[in-house]
Design a binder for this molecule. Sequence first.
Ligand SMILES: *Cc1c(COP(=O)(O)O)cnc(C)c1O
Length: 454
Amino acid sequence: MEQTKYILEEKRMPTHWYNVLPDLPDPLPPPLHPGTKQPLGPEDLAPLFPMELIRQEMSSERYIEIPEELQDIFRLWRPTVLYRAHRLEKALDTPAKIYYKYEGTSPPGSHKPNTAVAQAYYNKKEGIKRITTETGAGQWGSALSFAGALFGLEIKVYMVKCSFYQKPYRRIMMETWGGNCVPSPSEETAVGRKILAEDPDCPGSLGLAISEAVEDAVSRDDTHYSLGSVLNHVLLHQTIIGQETKTLMEDIGDYPDIIIGCVGGGSNAAGLYLPFLKDKLDGKKPDLRIINVEPTSCPTLTKGLYAYDYGDEAGMTPLLKMFTLGHEFMPPPVHAGGLRYHGMAPIVTHLHKLGLVEATAVHQLGTFEAGLQFARNEGIICAPETDHAVRVAIDEALKCKESGETKTILIGLSGHGHVDMAAYDAYLSGKLEDYEYPEEKIRAALKHLPLNGK
Ligand SMILES: *Cc1c(COP(=O)(O)O)cnc(C)c1O
């Protein structure tokens, strides 16, 4: 009998998150204050985040305890299953072994509640009543609305306007969990009103929605802001994925040669690979390959500039040293696969700079093609984001077929695509095309970077 599903017993769920910061060979460049451009202190972040999350953001502790109350909530959907993709391996006729860790079984359908619930918990503990955030297609807004429901917190979501009207189902999920979702740009903030006065038909962008959510949060004492990716504490919370996987693979007696994840801001991929990266840093698995996959229409790691940039369009957030396409980046309308953020997690950026992880960009038609092949063999219909990782995993497995190598490939299956069927419909009816973000636009963005590209 070939085993297909590997699941940890609940009592073996990780009790600590893994913090990579103390293990990095070089320290991360510090975040800078958007006004003074000087390194930030904890007090500068206090209007936005609870102290415990600020502490985690800068912590030098290697293992950070997951509070028991949080572990209890995680057990609603964790531990998640690690699958061996026997049927896909056969279909590809590859000697490679393919595993995937599936995060689509959480209530909102992705990895995002791993951090949403943790963030809501620490905000609640510090007396916060209300949290604001932004969302693109609605994955993050729905995860935070779910978390808000668990802790009785009011959640206000600024949703990129074009998605708000084109993708109503995630808005309805947010409302079902009690969240309040408005299209961004909105009339509710000064940034939103200014943009609407200039361009009433502005379709919105993630960077702009962040500006609105941050303005809303800093203008009220009972309100904080929450970000679903990019920041160190978000990646920290996602390491529960990699730690579960590592324990399971130890039980199986296998170890990945290649780990593949899709990257928007970098949180699900890093959450999966950071606990394994520790073995690479410790010299236990020096030839482990880690591949971050992004769309050619938003090629942050493969074509972006390595520079300090704002996290939002209006320039209100701290400056982070990251790969960036410029904070005024607008994703092309033909792109249906998510992963649209202009920047990248400083941790992922840094690891890529140090040559410890790889990055590759893939065209969207190939990602949907891979998604269909996966669905027709493994059954799961992945989120379009996740299909980026599946594409590269299939390509690596086919390389193994040519070379005859029996590599072990591990995929981060970040979520299901049940609320993204319109994107699959566009693919199936031939409405999508490939798109490469032009070099000129990236060079033009350089002119608007806050420290002139430093
Ligand atoms: C949000 C999302 C992503 C991208 O975000 P990361 O922070 O890079 O993980 C990928 N997959 C799914 C299913 C998502 O919802």
